[in-house]
Design a protein around this ligand. Structure first.
Ligand code: SF4
Length: 207
């Protein structure tokens, strides 16, 4: 059986309350099934990007230098990307190494197989879900993929995890959705049990 690994495209240390609580180290996965038009991390789906296929032990050794910061601030490791939940089988073994003293967070679109969501829900302390928009046409135009998988997984996640641990990011995306669309998305998200919604605006650079 293949050992779980995390294709690590980048590691960013000492982040303050940007992706998770406290001080975190962001670990970016290579690969993403979506093709968001304004993606800021296109390097994660560039086939020329080099990534280290780290085992749970190897990643643990790489990030443990900040263990004291994690423990003192209630922080830990945030898995981002790319799409980290593509590698959900990695997480239980990593949790077994770091214990509960470190927090584990995932920044995800939830555009992954349902099974991966179930695995991640068992070990993550929090999720930051980038849902984009809840209109299927807008989602398709912006990501190049279908909304249903991500939305169904969000509905599932709300039943598997304390909703207080799920932050859903709801962007205003220039050229794709409007404030009215976003209000409609907010209503839908609240209906399915999401309690933490973070609205923000994409800033599109023209260079
Ligand atoms: S989900 Fe994130 S990493 Fe993937 S294409 Fe969209 S913005 Fe980029």
């Amino acid at each position: 059986m293949t050992k779980p690994f995390f294709p690590t495209a980048a590691v960013s240390r000492l982040r303050m309350a940007t992706d998770g609580e406290g001080i975190t180290t962001l670990v970016c996965a290579l690969g993403c099934p979506l093709r968001c038009r304004y993606c800021l991390n296109k390097f994660t789906w560039d086939e020329n990007t080099k990534a280290d296929r780290l085992t749970p032990r190897e990643l643990y050794e790489k990030v443990k230098m900040d263990s004291l910061y994690f423990e003192a601030t209630g922080g830990g490791v945030t898995f981002g990307g790319g799409e980290p939940l593509l590698y959900a089988v990695f997480f239980p073994e990593f949790r077994a190494l770091c214990g509960t003293a470190w927090k584990m967070y995932a920044e995800t679109s939830l555009y992954v197989p349902e099974r991966n969501v179930r695995i991640a829900a068992q070990v993550m302390d929090g999720f930051i879900v980038d849902i984009k928009d809840t209109d299927s046409g807008i989602y398709r135009a912006y990501t190049g993929r279908e909304l249903s998988a991500a939305l169904e997984n969000l509905k599932l996640l709300v039943t598997l995890t304390d909703p207080a641990k799920i932050r859903v990011r709801l962007p205003l995306i220039p050229g794709y959705n409007t404030e009215e669309d976003r209000l409609r998305s907010e209503t839908i998200l609240r209906e399915i049990g999401v309690t933490r919604i973070e609205k923000f605006d994409y800033i599109v650079r023209n260079d």
